[in-house]
Design a protein around this ligand. Sequence first.
Ligand SMILES: [Zn+2]
Length: 429
Amino acid sequence: MCRSRATACRSEKILDDARGSASDTGSPGPQVSRSTALLRSPGRCGSAAPWAPILEGELGERAARAVDEIARALADFPCEDLSLGGGRAGEVIFRHYRGESAEARLRLDELLALAQALPPRPPSLYGEGLGIAWVAAHLGLGDMEDLPEAGLFALPSDFDLINGVVGAGVHALERLPLPEARECLERCVDALEESADGAAWRTTPRDGSWQRAKAPGDYFDLGVAHGLAGVVAFLGEAVAADVRRSAAARLLVRSVEWLLVRRLPVAGPCFPAIVGVGVAPEPSRLAWCYGDLGIAAALLQASRRMGETRREREAVEIALRAAAASPVEGKVCDASLCHGAAGIAHVLNRMFHASGDERLLRAAREWFDRTLRFRRADAGIAGFSAWGPDGRHDEPGLLIGVSGIGLALLAAATDVEPAWDRVLLLSGM
Ligand SMILES: [Zn+2]
């Protein structure tokens, strides 16, 4: 079964300590409909409200139909990719949360067997080795001896969530209280502290990437997926798990201050995707992976972990300003979890459950409606196709595929808490 982690509001003492030293160095089964007894005072610091569905009536029925059609379409979709980000490991989580626990177990056993035969590869959370290991840990299925041993608690050279140290830390969080997992988490915090350039982390652009087109040299990535917001959210989880607590809190406070002064002086969405010498200052697209919304979610949960009520309210206001953009203004081109409408809707749903702010509830419903309007008859998988620089294509996986879209819709239409979004660093609110 899914392990639940404490979501207690950490005391002001942590914050005081961090500031004071800153100058020194069973399986879930869906049940539809019940709603908004959740509403609470905005900005309150405390544990999140019980999870409840937010989609009712015709919108809820459309969401439930789409989930069913995704399940049917995935069963027939050929996929050789085993990974968590783009392949079959994402579908295992989707089926588990849909209440198909026997089917999920069968598919996970198959993936574990196939993963044993894979050559060693870098420990990337969204890849085939560590990604499948995270799924096994999250579902409580699969023993350590079933897992590809190499790299389970190794640290990558990158620092980010998708490929780096933060991703390795997210996997280790899922395996607490194993002593090896705690020791890995300590190494993650140490590695982040050692590799920081001040309070942020440099990235060298890869040839051919969109970052290379914008940045002539190294840059600072501000997003959740590949950058600083992901580190901020992870450090909040390290504080909550009492791993290198004072070092993690100190680094967290500095990183949040560094991040907030990168806001652009504009009325709407204000965080750039990347900053650096020679990089034109412009707000990012609207998404979980990059931009104001993902940053707002990271700020809300880190602030909650640190007991900073004022900053929680600031995070909610950042999210609301971002969510007011239309899909065209936000450059939202598909329904995906990573940078599409379902991801936006799910982040807003998470933040609503964390804060009780009814404006977030309304925005989440609007973005779920937009998610479903991305469906096209006789196209994609169950009507959903992913946008990419080379055009639209069919994607089964978690990050930009229909498994992720299905999980977000399930979370909105049922009272099953989406603890799977720990892999997106969204559950610490
Ligand atoms: Zn993305």
